[in-house]
Ligand binder design. Sequence first.
Ligand code: PGA
Length: 249
Amino acid sequence: MSKKIYLYGNWKMNNTFSETEKFFETFTPAYEPLKGDANLEVGIFAPFTSLWPLSQGAKKNGIVFGAQNVYYEAKGAFTGEISIPMLKEYDVTHIIIGHSERRHIFLESDEVIAKKVKAVLDAGMIPVFCYGETLEERESGNTFTVMERQLKSAIDSLTPEEVHKIIYAYEPVWAIGTGKTATPDQAEEVCAWSRKLIGDDGAVILYGGSVKGSNAKELLSMKDIDGALVGGASLKPASFLEIYTAYKG
Ligand code: PGA
């Protein structure tokens, strides 16, 4: 039996409320032929203000949906933040945590990210935990040191069951939004290494960084890559779903 593929789209700061409604006008018929495929799990992660139309479109299509960030406290004096109970009322089940743009532009530390991962798990939700090295870190030979720090700080204090619930996304920072993709061998090397470090053969590990139809087959065919976290190509239903159809061949 072929493996299950996770095709997750991270819209980042794109798609307003009305643009999200429009997205589903095209997505729904395009997804129809893939709907019954038990080896495919599609998910979309939208800005907070688009979560309502996203939840409606996602429920109609039976796909996973979620947010791109959350704060770890349940309520209080945290101006500008969104809490887990707020997201629960939208039926959100999955939340991206530790995306490289959160780490590098908004300076989220490993410590804050670890608290978010724990809070999401405590709420019975699934963190899509992102990690990955910068170009500088790769070129100086520090790829694995950096990733070990990122991964360990997130999972060290968790139970094996919690570790298993997390969906991991290896996203080399130099490959995000740059058009530069890690080679399948580079991506596989890190994902296989991650699986060992995580200590869970059944961990779900995605690759992210300029994934598109033209490179999907090679990347998704690698043994330790369970799917893709897709930015740019997820904004249009055709380029998003093409990633899975290209893989299937
Ligand atoms: P990209 O983004 O596909 O546009 O490179 C991936 C991501 O940041 O999740």
